[in-house]
Design a binder for this molecule. Sequence first.
Ligand code: G3P
Length: 228
Amino acid sequence: MMYLLDTANIEQLRKCYDLFPVSGVTTNPSIISREKSNLKELFTDIRNIIGPESMLHVQVMGTSSEEMVREAKYLSSQITGNLYIKIPAVPQGIKAIKELTKLNMKTTATAIFTPQQALMAAAAGASFVAPYVNRLDNICGDGVEVLGEIMKFCKLYQLGTKVLAASFKNVEQVHKAALCGVHAVTVSAELMEQLLEHPLTWASVNSFKTDWEEVYGAGKLLTDVFNF
Ligand code: G3P
């Protein structure tokens, strides 16, 4: 399963790309607006941090398929590297996905809340579908159940489309998404760190350190003491 970051914050991207096995970045208009930056500079900075191979998912703002396709072409001319055009799974969005697929452009159908939306987007040629887990859970839906049904479609119809599960607020949701077999999750920088957290891990690391230092001294590494 691939991990992506759902942020456009430069410091968070820098830190997480340094530490973790991150395959890409997802943005949406709300995420971009939070940075209050010049968009060309922002996406250039993001690309410089993540490198050309890493996926960068950028959402269009148009409401008609013509506007969406125009934005997609413009983004492709402005943003280098491995780019995915994010398009909401509304009727005009599905039309745009069909047209961009014909032009060999990679798309991510976003704001997916039902398996039927995902199936339609896949039929239109979307490279990824992005179902929103927490937003469904928040209205007494079951985000993970929807993921499970989309994954069932993937297997049943051998879809080329991948599932990029999004909108997570806690580790349990990510864990259950992973158990569904989704191809990728996109999470905040904070949640990416939380995925590793366990108090017993730190307790173990600290007790190893105490035992070691009693014999070999503080701050000593294996390279310092191995041959003495
Ligand atoms: O990028 C889209 C999706 O991840 C939205 O997440 O946290 O705003 O529900 P959220």
